[in-house]
Design a protein around this ligand. Structure first.
Ligand SMILES: [Zn+2]
Length: 389
């Protein structure tokens, strides 16, 4: 495939990217002669070619996409949302909803995903079965990593630990966790159990940590300490970490240094109604920071479109990140940094690199984020998976 007349992230215009066997074979400043029966030529019309996007925190099994609009049914707190999941979702098959969300994400340029999947006594393992089936069916169009996620808690929901272990045996890639103090009211119980299980199966952890203030910083420190003790540096992430958003300066610096030293990363979706951690400062302090959409049109909230560029723009707006350099740093958290954190080779618009791209009408990466115009083409490992330029 030849992607002709495209603009590159480094600013070069009217370039031609030759793709062969899923990789960038060459980047040329003049269009090559294409023999009859040669590669398909896609005229990019001067649009910007970016590495494809990663959504590092998604809940494919909670989606309500593909159904008629459902008004938000949960009360204002987290426990009410957990109860609403258990009340509404078991009656709705996972496959069609997850597929509908995934197609929207791919159409907007995301082809790498970390999906949390509810593992609870109410759901058993059926959500995971559906998401693993979807992963297999879509393996030629995207890469999905799964997290066995104890949405109803671990210690407060007897039977969950055994289900989590079964989920790892079935092929879940990571183990999840959730607010060890607020949900389980047993931080030592939850974290010791999760780290022991993760260690036994040699998998990483990605723990939802909504807890605010000193409580959240306490849980974070407990996670860091266990990560270091278990030698799991680089394999543990905290999603949200709201406590980092309102911490006094000295506490923030201490927590950032601890996360960087223990190899605990942070995943953020810029939640409304919660203090946003200073993501750019944390990244500068050496913390691995990744971005995700989290809940999209599901039982947890009506917002979200599947667009990671829109998500990066929302986060940039909340951080007051105005310079091109700051916006580009945010984009890296959803492009080149993220597949590496998934343990796979990241795509790039560079010779030899994996050819997963998104094409859109913008002049620079910063404009692509700030304006997030419609996507024209999405390519996964050399194959067009959405759009037609
Ligand atoms: Zn989540």
């Amino acid at each position: 495939m030849l992607l002709s007349h495209c603009r590159l992230p480094d600013g070069r215009a009217d370039m031609h990217v030759l793709v062969r066997e899923g990789r960038v074979a060459a980047i040329l400043d003049a269009p090559p002669e294409i023999p009859a029966g040669g590669p398909a030529v896609i005229d990019c019309g001067g649009a910007l070619l970016l590495p494809a996007l990663t959504d590092f925190h998604v809940h494919l099994d909670k989606s309500l996409f593909g159904l008629p609009w459902m008004p938000h049914a949960a009360g204002p707190d987290r426990m009410s949302r957990i109860e609403t999941d258990a009340r509404i979702l078991p009656t709705l098959p996972v496959g069609p909803r997850a597929t509908a969300l995934l197609q929207r994400c791919i159409a907007q340029g995301s082809v790498y995903f970390r999906s949390h999947v509810d593992i609870t006594p109410a759901f058993g393992l059926r959500n995971l079965e559906a998401v693993l089936a979807l992963r297999e069916a879509e393996a030629g169009r995207c890469h999905i990593q799964t997290v066995a996620f104890p949405q109803a808690g671990v210690m407060r929901a007897p039977g969950t630990l055994a289900l989590l272990e079964e989920a790892l045996r079935m092929g879940a890639d990571l183990l999840g966790g959730l607010d060890p103090c607020e949900v389980d009211r047993d931080p030592r119980g939850q974290l010791d159990a999760l780290f022991a299980l993760a260690g036994r199966y040699g998998v990483g952890l990605d723990i939802h940590l909504h807890e605010a203030g000193e409580l959240g910083l306490f849980s974070l420190a407990e996670i860091c300490a266990r990560t270091r003790a278990a030698g799991m540096q680089g394999k543990v992430w905290v999603s949200h970490g709201f406590a980092l958003g309102a911490a006094p300066e000295a506490r923030l610096q201490r927590a950032a240094a601890e996360m960087a030293e223990c190899g605990v990363g942070l995943v953020s979706h810029g939640a409304g109604g919660a203090a946003l951690p200073p993501l750019l400062r944390l990244a500068e302090a050496g913390v691995a920071v990744l971005l995700g959409n989290d809940n999209m049109r599901d039982t947890w909230g009506p917002y979200g479109t599947g667009d990671m560029l829109e998500r990066a723009a929302i986060i940039g707006w909340r951080l007051d990140a105005r310079t091109d350099a700051a916006i580009a740093a945010l984009l890296r958290m959803a492009t080149e940094d993220a597949p590496r954190a998934l343990g796979i080779e990241p795509p790039a618009v560079a010779p030899g690199a994996v050819a997963s791209f998104v094409l859109l009408p913008a002049e620079t990466p910063a404009e692509a984020v700030a304006q997030h115009p419609p996507r024209r083409l999405v390519v996964y490992r050399g194959r067009v998976v959405a759009g037609g330029a």
